[in-house]
Structure formats: structure tokens, C-alpha cells
Design a protein around this ligand. Sequence first.
Ligand SMILES: CC(C)(COP(=O)(O)OP(=O)(O)OC[C@H]1O[C@@H](n2cnc3c(N)ncnc32)[C@H](O)[C@@H]1OP(=O)(O)O)[C@@H](O)C(=O)NCCC(=O)NCCS
Length: 178
Amino acid sequence: MYGALRFEPVSAQIRDALEDLLADYRRSGDGSGAEASATRNGYPGTDGYIEFWSRIACEAWPERGFVRTDTLIAFRGERAIGDLRLRRTLTPDLERDGGNIGYAVRASERGKGYATAMLREGLRRAAEIGIVRALLTIEITNAASLRVAEKCGGVVRDDVVAEDGAMLRRIWVETGSS
Ligand SMILES: CC(C)(COP(=O)(O)OP(=O)(O)OC[C@H]1O[C@@H](n2cnc3c(N)ncnc32)[C@H](O)[C@@H]1OP(=O)(O)O)[C@@H](O)C(=O)NCCC(=O)NCCS
């Protein structure tokens, strides 16, 4: 049995815990897609991550292709163990690659049910803002994430090819069903 998670919106108040999480993502080489997006848009490092994703939490940035997105950091006690993103709307690009909800867990904390708990939290928050079914797009090679979606009631819509050539599985999850 693992401790319950608490979710904090991204902000300078949790900078140290976030820096520790991002350093872990950099070391493992996965989970850092959100940092890469911020960096690509001119907001590098932990401070850039905070500034960029706090901005996108308040308003969309259509010129850069970003819809309004909530970024939540999952904590067990004082330790940040993962990040969760809830995209409030879909664009044609996000319908193909991105979807409504994304998540990552630091490598040392995987296999403990945390991503499943995080997706459930994302679905609960999606329901609160009127999203009836949330779209997930998951690389078909990402067995762990596919399993997370399945555990939360995900139903396969189809498979599509992403811009970079990866095969993505598009999955719907009813936000009231997890
Ligand atoms: C995908 C990811 C979020 C999963 O996090 P997690 O906290 O380990 O997930 P959970 O513990 O909640 O559930 C993982 C499930 O996948 C299963 N699993 C793990 N590796 C697997 C594999 N190679 N093949 C099949 N199932 C696998 C686990 O057994 C578990 O299922 P179970 O509860 O039935 O035993 C994590 O691996 C991660 O952060 N990866 C990098 C970022 C990423 O891929 N994000 C998702 C983008 S769509």
C-alpha cells in the first residue's frame, strides 16, 4: 500500500521539489517532454518550466499551438513523484498527438500505481470542467502507459502515425468511469 498523492499546481513555491523531479527525468531520459516543450519555446530549465507552464495554465497560447493546460505536480509527502497535464480543449494537432491528459512518473517511483492514481485525478478534474470523455494518445510501444489507460477504463479508438513517425494509439476514457 502506498501513501496517497497530493497535487500542487506548478508554481515557484514548489521549485526545489520540481527541480529534483526534473533532474531525475533528465537522468532517465524520459518523462521530460514538458520541459522540452518549455525549452523549445524559450523557457529553459526549472524556472523556465515554471514560467511557461504557469502561463499556459491561465490562458491558451494559440500562436505557439498551446491550449489552456493545467500542470499539476504529484507529491508523496514532500517528494514530487510525477507530473500530470490536463489540456482543456483539443485542436486537430492534439487530436492526433497529445490528447487531453498526459502524465509521467520519475523512474524510481514507477510500478507502484502512481500513474494510475494520477490519471484518475486528471479524469476527475476533466469531469469538473465538463469534459465527458478524455482523449489519450499513447505510443503503441509504451506498454506501461497503455496498461494505465486500460486500468482507468480506456477504450481504443484507433492507431495513427505521429509527425515523427511513431505509432500512436488513441484511447477514449469516460471521465465518470474511473
Ligand atoms: C508510463 C508511466 C507513467 C507509468 O507509470 P507507473 O507509475 O509505473 O504506472 P502504474 O504503476 O500506475 O501502472 C503501470 C502498469 O503497467 C504495467 N507495466 C509496466 N511495465 C510494463 C510492460 N513492459 N509491459 C506490460 N505492462 C507493464 C504495470 O505492471 C502496471 O500494471 P498493473 O497495475 O496491472 O501491474 C511511466 O512509465 C513513465 O513515466 N514513463 C515515461 C513517461 C511516459 O511514457 N508517459 C506516458 C506518455 S503517454
